[in-house]
Design a protein around this ligand. Sequence first.
Ligand code: 15L
Length: 265
Amino acid sequence: MTARILITGAAGGLGTLLRPRLAEGDRVLRLLDIAEIPAAGDGENVELVQASVTDMAAMEAAMSEVDAVVHLGGHSLEQPWAQILDVNINGTHVVLEAARRQGVKRVLLASSNHAVGYVQRADGNADDYLFPKPDTYYGVSKVAMEALGSLYSDRYGMDVIAIRIGSCFEKPKDARMLSTWLSPDDAARLVEACIAAPNPGFRVVWGVSDNTRRWFSLDEAYALGYESKDDAEAFASEVDAPDPESLAQKYVGGAWCGPYFDTAV
Ligand code: 15L
């Protein structure tokens, strides 16, 4: 079992869902965020670090005695370019470089479906390692994240796994998420598999549950040992029926391919 895991962006949505699910035995979760992180609960084996992922000195310090990093930090929605560049792209470089300097060999990167958001459903099932087709500056930052991960793996022999996350929430919120949903429990199972897989090198995997309406490959995730136990279909009656004319029916990125997201400068 991996003894100490550093989670960046630990106070965010995904970090909050993963925190209780990655707690295990003697394992220490070092939780890092620029925002305030909720204090340790009873018996919780956590260390709290309030810092920015863009702060090299702080990140190097945060890597001490760490066995694996789960990098969730950064903007999770579209933002103006300067912010995306600083926090998401530069921040990912800082995380990888700090890990390298401190001898942390394994880094999991929270990439996103928006790295390939303009891939059309008509093109067939979304395979692993789809060539980038970002739908936003945010999506571009996820492409850059994957490129940095590839570089650090090839150049320095690190194990870096980029997870193209679909939609990780407690429940699917709309018809699109009946395809893209990654249940929080499956997210934890996927992270555990990515942490435990022997010598993976650099990988790109889809982070979705085994949804009945899934059109994303899980081959590479399964090859790493992931086993999905959830299916968004269980919530199908709780969301509106899909609109056949919607962007969600056409593109991986759904509404992110529409004009609403074309506002960031
Ligand atoms: C993402 O990458 C976002 O961070 C998240 O907020 C969701 O919108 C998700 O993609 C999605 O596509 O559903």
